[in-house]
Design a protein around this ligand. Structure first.
Ligand code: AMP
Length: 214
């Protein structure tokens, strides 16, 4: 099954993706995670992506689509993938629809999570992320253990540079201008489930699983 998680930054896509990918039995493909991994490993792609990520801008479409094309051709993606954070622009969405058509594959469902801007700013500016495994916490609602990340034990649980309040607003602007119109393209290509992304993680998870009849 190919499923796409859609929504503004901080709408809970990454949080929900883990359980959902496991349930669907497909790999979780998060372009942001791939860029951050490249950055940690010091690759050319990582260095290039950083200059865009740090200011909340989108990494250029050609670079992002090439990366996704490579990922989709890996053997573990043959039975489907769960996209998180891709596509983020109309050209990316059109590229993806075309890629699926050309490769005889189908986008089975889009899950679109809606969260108001004020809640997003609160969620993102409190978000803390493990630099090693990517696990996320919230400074107030779900603080990381003093001993370090409860998933991998790393003591490097920090605020992502692009999660600072200064950058969050520009990410929201980019979302409104470049990413929100993507839904129009996706509605023409797949079933879109418009869901409320507010509330506890478990409540949102139940909404998603119900919408997908899982
Ligand atoms: P995320 O982890 O999804 O919040 O993404 C973090 C940052 O990575 C974004 O603000 C962008 O700079 C970059 N990024 C992630 N996915 C994409 C994409 N599909 N297209 C362009 N840039 C992306």
């Amino acid at each position: 099954m190919n499923v796409l998680l859609f929504g503004p930054p901080g709408s809970g896509k990454g949080t929900q993706a883990k359980d959902l990918a496991e349930r669907l039995g497909v790999p979780h493909v998060a372009t942001g995670d791939i860029f951050r991994k490249n950055l940690r490993e010091g690759t050319e792609l990582g260095t290039l992506a950083k200059s865009y990520m740090d200011r909340g801008a989108l990494v250029p479409d050609s670079l992002t689509c090439d990366l996704v094309a490579d990922r989709l051709l890996q053997p573990d993606a043959a039975g489907g993938v769960l996209f998180d954070g891709f596509p983020r622009s109309v050209p990316q969405a059109e590229w993806l629809v075309n890629w699926f058509e050309t490769h005889g594959r189908v986008i089975d469902a889009v899950v679109s999570l809606a969260v108001p801007d004020a809640a997003i700013v609160e969620r993102i500016s409190g978000r803390r992320t493990c630099t090693k495994c990517g696990a996320t916490y919230h400074a107030v609602h779900n603080p990381p253990p003093a001993a370090g990340c409860s998933t991998c034990g790393s003591t490097e649980v920090v605020q992502r540079k692009d999660d600072s309040e200064a950058v969050v607003q520009s990410r929201l602007d980019v979302y409104a201008r470049e990413t929100a119109p993507v839904l129009g393209v996706l509605r023409g290509a797949a079933t879109v489930h418009d869901l409320d992304g507010t509330g506890d993680i478990s409540v949102v998870k139940a909404r998603i699983f119900a919408a997908l009849a899982l």
